[in-house]
Design a protein around this ligand. Sequence first.
Ligand SMILES: Nc1ncnc2c1ncn2[C@@H]1O[C@H](COP(=O)(O)OP(=O)(O)OP(=O)(O)O)[C@@H](O)[C@H]1O
Length: 447
Amino acid sequence: MKGSFYSMSYATFCNNPYFTRMAGLNNLAFDETFLEDRLGYDLGSYITDEFKKSRNLLGDTCTDFVSNQWLASQSIYFNSVLSLSRDSLSFLALRVLWDHNSISLGEFITIQQLYLSIRRLSSSVFWRMTKMHDHLHTIQRIYTRRNIQRKVEDGSTAYPPQSDKVNLGGAKIEFRNITFKYPGTDKDALTNVSFKIEPGQVVVIVGVNGSGKSSAIKLLTRLYDPTSGEILLDGLPLPSYRLSDIRRSMAVLRQNHPVFPLSLRENVSLGLPDRNVSEENIEEAMRQGGSETFVRKQSQGLETILHPERTVKLRVVSEPDAELKAVIDGKEQWIDISGGESQRLAASRTFLRLLGGDIRLLVADEPTSALDPVGEYQLFSKLRKHCSGKTAIFITHRFGHLTKHADLILCLKDGCLVEQGNHEELIALDGEYKRLYDVQASAFISD
Ligand SMILES: Nc1ncnc2c1ncn2[C@@H]1O[C@H](COP(=O)(O)OP(=O)(O)OP(=O)(O)O)[C@@H](O)[C@H]1O
């Protein structure tokens, strides 16, 4: 870039790996997209520690945007004098202002020049004030956050109890008259729902869109607390346990986990954020989750960052500049992957968690919606194999092996639990479950 920022086209980007990593971690920490994963995997300490490491490695390198650095290097007073004196036309314009009778076209243009000079100067001052405002706002946010009351109160009881740690079985769950409205809404997502799940059972929740399946899981993982009623985990109220303990004892695989803005290795290893995960375990988790093939296809394998932070900024003053475009082409490109590949990546992270061995409950909320039938069958079979003896809850719209062999099926409709039992029992009831089942089965039954 040559000359002033105001008159030139320029492209800027950051090639400092520590800065871009900090930006990625910052995004993971604050972007709403990652909220459920951040809480579910309890990523707080990991993000903070990694951020500090990168901050230390970055040292005293200035992190301001380059044009701001340029502006900051200019003194306001020096800038003022320079802006006014550099432009001799400004001087003429001042004369015109003093002597109203002498305005000619040329002098009028001169006044315009003066106006531009003053505008430049004031935008520099404005920028400084905005920057100051940003800093004050950040400080204010820190203090506000410290005073925010947690909506979900933490408990104090360890989970699982020490005696159970040696023999990690499945969780026992009970919903007692659970009613739940999302904050700010006046419609029940769940109404008076009660059921019991015994340790080690495989449970499937079915129901049409909006019937409350995912909401039930959000209560179980304590993303929300019920409006009324009580959830018991191994006989004690769920809120009595330490949040971090209960989340550590669960593996939750949802339909659309976002790709973390970190390396593929971390996208898998963050299944166990507080452990040093071995290479063998990552390989095994990728194999089980089915992400191995697509990870190998990436040019940097496990070190590939699919969604890097974008720091490239292009400012084109006049013509699109081919030279500039060539400089930024190919920089910080997002690598798009298919929905199925994204689900396989998230599944690999879940398998790593299962390999860690502390899991008592697996929850899979439509994790195969983007997989082909073979992929779906394999994923469900492997999940069931890996969590043998543990409690497993699956949410699915597809009736097949899972529903047929489940110990318990919960059928929801409009937020109410309308039927529960195994496949044969619910078919015999000839109600909502049978209706949903028939819609799918009819495709295979000849007239
Ligand atoms: N964050 C939210 N805020 C407000 N209402 C919500 C929120 N999430 C879900 N709901 C509402 O709660 C009800 C139950 O939604 P839920 O997602 O639990 O249904 P679901 O059975 O999992 O649906 P699907 O099969 O489409 O995933 C719906 O009426 C839905 O619109």
